[in-house]
Design a protein around this ligand. Structure first.
Ligand SMILES: [Zn+2]
Length: 118
């Protein structure tokens, strides 16, 4: 398996909170100004906190059904993302993978999905 993709977030120099996506206005925890935030690389690696299967939605892509997971990254931040596979469960370890796809206008995009690590 290849290494997980690296995501760029912020780390507060005052309270050390790690944020993803980056905090554009300052630290949400201690209120430090944006000038106190440093870029911070996070591995796209974590565990599933919650999971749901989407059977219908209003965009043509991705095609249904697909699974959305709430993923807690090893570095701490929590995000929602597509988790590939059908047997995704709370507590599963996951790793990020880059997937070619299309946006709603048909333009090519690269999206971050996760897959269960066995
Ligand atoms: Zn802070």
């Amino acid at each position: 398996m290849t290494d997980p993709p690296v995501m760029v977030g912020h780390r507060c120099a005052i309270c050390l909170r790690i944020a993803f996506p980056p905090d554009p206005y300052g630290c949400e925890k201690c209120g430090a100004l944006a000038t106190e935030l440093d870029e911070f690389e996070l591995e796209a690696k974590g565990s599933v906190r919650a999971v749901a299967t989407v059977h219908r939605h209003h965009h043509p892509s991705p095609s249904t059904p697909f699974t959305v997971g709430v993923v807690e990254l090893v570095a701490g931040p929590v995000l929602k993302a597509i988790v590939e596979g059908e047997a995704v469960a709370v507590g599963d370890s996951v790793i990020g993978v880059l997937v070619d796809g299309e946006d709603n206008d048909g333009n090519p995009v690269v999206d971050l999905h996760f897959q269960v690590v066995t």
